[in-house]
Design a protein around this ligand. Sequence first.
Ligand code: COA
Length: 176
Amino acid sequence: MVLEPQVDLELETPRLLLRPFTLGDTASLRSLLIDPDVRRWLADGRVLSEADVRKTILRSLKTLTRHGTGAFVIRLRADGAFAGSVGLFPAKLANLGGLELGAAVFPRYWRSGLAAEACRAILDHAFSRVGLGRVLACADAPNFRSLALIASLGFRQIGTTPGVFGAIRWFAVDRP
Ligand SMILES: CC(C)(COP(=O)(O)OP(=O)(O)OC[C@H]1O[C@@H](n2cnc3c(N)ncnc32)[C@H](O)[C@@H]1OP(=O)(O)O)[C@@H](O)C(=O)NCCC(=O)NCCS
């Protein structure tokens, strides 16, 4: 049996609509990922090509097929604007495995609680519908915005690994 990714999945929050990325979102996702304030942290400053972004979306679709979750488009309910990306990805921490939470929103939306609202919906879905027992997260030590977001979501630190900006701090949160 060939399993298909569940691309019609939709998560709702008071201000946001979340749905899985598909290849039709390549240009919008690229516009987010090449924003200088976003790419500094998500791509170590590199300007990703369209082919790189397609690969990212294909990886997300694979995760959606395997785990029932992946990377989601964040849209504002008020005007349908594309505000960012949020979701779960296979963790880059070799000996731990599991899925890692990631989020990025355009700088014009920072500090409005949108990222936290989107992350809570992803965590709620992961624990109550997907059945995960634990979710990981990580941030470069100088990325204080990401660290503040991770702390506000109730993650606890579990270790550090070396990274481009010094240490990468790793966190975990367990199913409530
Ligand atoms: C990290 C990022 C998603 C945070 O987005 P955001 O919209 O500012 O986050 P929110 O407004 O939802 O804030 C979440 C929490 O972090 C806190 N926070 C956010 N920015 C902060 C700042 N500059 N200083 C102190 N606290 C901050 C908020 O107060 C909130 O905590 P609270 O609920 O306890 O008040 C955003 O900065 C971003 O897209 N950065 C670039 C990509 C990136 O680094 N992603 C993280 C790697 S996974």
